[in-house]
Write a protein that binds this ligand. Structure first.
Ligand code: CIR
Length: 267
C-alpha cells in the first residue's frame, strides 16, 4: 500500500524518562506578561506546580525539582533556558533581558545528565519555547526572543550531533510552542498563524479554535497528552486522535503568558 503523504514523519518515538522543573519564586508576581489576567497568586501557583510535577510523575517521569530562584521572577518557566536532545544539551541565551541570568546555574545541573553541554552566545539569542522537536529535526521560531543569529547557532550545534533544524517565522505569538505541539505519529496540534504555514501541511493537523488557543501548548509524554484544564474542545480533538489526556490547572502561569510546556525540561 502506498504511503499516505501525511504519514511521512513516522519515526521512533522518544521515551521521556526525566524532567527538570523549578519551583516558582515569590517574585513570580513581577514576571513578564502581556496578558490582562491579573497577578498570579503565589500560593496557588505553588499548589499548581506541585500538581504539575505529580502529573509528570504519573506519565512515568522522574522529576528533579530545583529550588526557587527569587532573583528571576520568570525562572519557573525553565523550558526556555535549555534545549535537551538525546545527543546533547544546549543552554540558551534568553532574548528577554530580565531572563538572561536564569541560565547561570543550569550548566551544573545539566552536567549531571549530559556529556555534551553547548551554549548559544551573544549576539545570538534563543529561548527553547521557540524550539519544537519532531524526531531528529527541530523547528525554531524566529520571535521577539529568538533571533536569526541564535537560531543559526542552534542549527549548527544540532548538526554537530547529527540532528537538523530549520527556522519558522512567527508574528502573533510569544513562542513557537505557544501555538504548536507535536504529539508524535505525525500529529501536530496547531493554532492561529501556524494553521496555514506550508512547512506544517505534511502533518496531520489537529486544529485548535482561537478561543481555546492557550491549550495548543500541550505536551506528549509517553503516549499521554498533558493539557491545560478548561479547554473541552481541544481535549476532545486530542482524544479523538487516539490519545489519553490528563488535565492540569495552570491558570496562575497563564497570567504570565506561560503554558504547560514552559514549566519543565523533559528528556
Ligand atoms: C516570559 O514572558 O518569558 C514568561 N513570562 C513566560 C514564558 C513562557 N515560556 C514559554 O512559552 N516557553
Amino acid at each position: 500500500m502506498a504511503n499516505h503523504p501525511k504519514q511521512r514523519n513516522n519515526m521512533k518515538k522518544p521515551i521521556f524518562k526525566k524532567a527538570i522543573v523549578r519551583t516558582p519564586a515569590r517574585s513570580i508576581v513581577n514576571g513578564i506578561t502581556t496578558a490582562s489576567l491579573g497577578l498570579p497568586d503565589y500560593d496557588k501557583a505553588l499548589i499548581q506546580h506541585t500538581e504539575y510535577v505529580r502529573a509528570l510523575e504519573e506519565c512515568g517521569l522522574e522529576v528533579l525539582v530545583l529550588n526557587a530562584n527569587e532573583q528571576y521572577p520568570d525562572s519557573t518557566f525553565i523550558e526556555d533556558v535549555a534545549l535537551l536532545t538525546r545527543q546533547c544539551a544546549i543552554i540558551m541565551n534568553p532574548g528577554a533581558s530580565s531572563r538572561k541570568g536564569e541560565t547561570a546555574d543550569i550548566g551544573n545541573v545539566l552536567n549531571d545528565f549530559y556529556d555534551h553541554v553547548e551554549s548559544v552566545r551573544e549576539p545570538g539569542t534563543a529561548e527553547a519555547g521557540d524550539i519544537m522537536m519532531v524526531g531528529s529535526h527541530f523547528y525554531i521560531g524566529l520571535s521577539a526572543r529568538t533571533n536569526t543569529e541564535g537560531a543559526q547557532q542552534v542549527i549548527q550545534l544540532l548538526e554537530k550531533y547529527g540532528l537538523s533544524g530549520s527556522v519558522v517565522n512567527l508574528t502573533d505569538v510569544l513562542h513557537l510552542k505557544t501555538g504548536l505541539a507535536y504529539l508524535e505519529d505525525n500529529n501536530l496540534v496547531t493554532c492561529g498563524e501556524f494553521l496555514t504555514k506550508s512547512e506544517f501541511q505534511k502533518f496531520n493537523i489537529l486544529p485548535i479554535d482561537e478561543e481555546e488557543s492557550y491549550s495548543a501548548n500541550c505536551i506528549w509524554l509517553n503516549g499521554s497528552v498533558l493539557i491545560p484544564k478548561g479547554y473541552p474542545k481541544a481535549r476532545a480533538t486530542i482524544e479523538q486522535a487516539g490519545y489519553s489526556t490528563k488535565e492540569v490547572d495552570v491558570s496562575e502561569f497563564r497570567k504570565l503568558d506561560g503554558g504547560l510546556s514552559c514549566l519543565s525540561l523533559r528528556f
